[in-house]
Design a protein around this ligand. Structure first.
Ligand code: CUA
Length: 296
């Protein structure tokens, strides 16, 4: 199959070409009539009129109906294609919208905000929401699809080129709707398998102070780090948070300095986000930031 966005692009070109041809034909006829039948000094009085030309009436009713029927048929074909008609998905990934981040679940592995997929592989993305209506949209790959609480929608994903594709929540879902970015990382099958294998093991136990700070504060109420006692599910799974490119679904690049700034005051970078500021000493903040970024 080809990326659904390609099928949408082809249909847009065809419909655009039909619309352009009609525009040029109609405007051309209008300009010609204005020029050819303009009033001159040699004519006077009302121009000639006619009515009840049945053949003309049938023609100008039938022509648009036929054009619309053709576009309708093309649109139905495109919809079937982008839904993956006749092509079985080779992989399923569950995607859940949250205020305001994305959860992606592979077998036994949960990540956030960064969706890794292998190229040349038809993927069935199972979309749902944990709270309000969100909409998954990565324009370079395919159409928008709503994420509804209590409902599972299916979106066919297919990428041909290796690379990173940016997306965005496309349904207003609250104050931080604009900071609900998606990053799709399309990889070769080998690279993808290696990435997925890297996500499976739990976080290694750490001697540093960071893990202790993490486990002894309210972080654990919302976040999971597999391999520790932290098993909260309200916020993103942080087992391998250090390997992600951004913090807060796109608000900050992911490094120790930014992680520390984020932990010190999430509301400064993402006002309204459900993550509270946790009062911590400077030393504890340093240790916590270093710990989280080390979870790769
Ligand atoms: Cu989620 Cu807008």
């Amino acid at each position: 199959m080809r990326p659904p966005a390609d099928a949408i692009g082809t249909l847009s070109l065809i419909v655009g070409a039909i619309a352009a041809a009609i525009f040029i034909g109609v405007e051309g006829a209008l300009v010609f009539a204005i020029w050819r039948y303009r009033a001159s000094r040699h004519t006077a009085g009302e121009p000639a009129t006619f009515e009840r030309n049945r053949r003309l009436e049938i023609a100008w009713t039938a022509a648009p109906a036929l054009i619309l029927a053709a576009i309708f048929a093309l649109a139905l074909g495109t919809m079937a294609e982008i839904n993956g008609a006749g092509v079985a998905p080779a992989m399923r990934i569950a995607a859940t919208g949250h205020q305001w981040w994305w959860e992606f679940s592979y077998d036994g592995v949960k990540t956030a905000n960064e969706l890794h997929i292998p190229v040349d592989t038809p993927i069935d993305l199972e979309l749902t929401s944990a709270d309000v209506i969100h909409s998954f949209w990565v324009p370079e790959l395919g159409p928008k699809m709503d994420m509804l609480p209590g409902v599972t929608n299916h979106l066919r994903l297919f990428a041909r080129r290796v690379g990173s594709y940016d997306g965005q929540c496309a349904e207003f879902c609250g104050i931080e709707h604009a900071w609900m970015r998606i990053r799709v990382v399309a990889q070769t099958r080998t690279d993808f398998d290696q990435w997925l294998r890297g996500q499976v093991p739990p976080a290694p136990t750490q001697d540093g102070n960071g893990e202790r700070v993490f486990l002894s504060n309210i972080c654990v109420n919302c976040h999971t780090v597999r391999g520790t006692s932290a098993a909260g599910t309200a916020g993103p799974d942080l087992t391998h948070v250090g390997a992600r490119a951004t913090i807060g679904a796109g608000v900050l690049p992911n490094d120790v300095a930014r992680m520390r700034a984020w932990l010190a005051d999430p509301q400064r970078y993402k006002p309204g986000a459900l993550m509270p500021s946790v009062p911590l000493s400077a030393a504890d903040l340093d240790a916590l930031a270093a710990y989280l970024v080390s979870l790769r």
